[in-house]
Design a protein around this ligand. Sequence first.
Ligand SMILES: [Zn+2]
Length: 260
Amino acid sequence: MNNLLYYFTFIITGLIVIYSCSSEENDDSLQSNEIEIIKLKLKVHLIQTSPWVHNSGVELSTWVTENNFKQTIITELNTIWKQANIKWAIDSIPEEPIFETDNLQEKINYVLESNRDGPFPDRLTYLEDFTQPGSRIEKDEDGSFFFHVYLFPFTGNTRQGTAIRWRNNNEISFLETFIGTWSNKHNNGGVPEKCLLIEDQNEFVRGSLSRTIAHELGHLLTLQHDLCSPCLMKGGGYLITQDQIDSSREEAKRLSKSSD
Ligand SMILES: [Zn+2]
């Protein structure tokens, strides 16, 4: 009877040793495959202005709300950027009045008339002029960069968005995107329509505001148009390729790092 107990204890101990060895191996392999999530901070500016009257007669109103962003857009951004394990966190979503720059109405008309064919060299400068100088905060207190998203009624015919990486002595100094909440890109410069907040990722028809923002944030992380299609950066899709994952993560790490 004692022998039996001895063998039984021996077998159980053996099983526990084998089990704990193998579970340690599993833990190790999990740790080596785990990819660090990089968190980046968004400042979303909902530019408030009276409706902009497009040449087609349509009034382009301010319509995207804080709730649209918090409940819908941010979720879609993070679903898309999960491919690179990059997580966008909302720092703030101010409703911001358009800046009363000189010749405001003339500048708005210029943006409304601009298209890709003609020379409209001042389009981006004017969009810049519409932002509150006080809202252009480069970095958080910990030294990490803010990614600014400015939502305007419109950014030009057949346009959806633009990204600008400002530099000062070759160092990044400010990161911003200008996004139109109305667009006529999908109908080749026809009557502008409100952008969709999101669209089914399996059925690309005209894209969405969320996809445009995700695309422009890709530019802020150095991605270009020429590496894939269809994908997030070209041709209407959501894929982020391995090369793009590698380079966007490298830049994301740099920009999210505290600078002391
Ligand atoms: Zn682009």
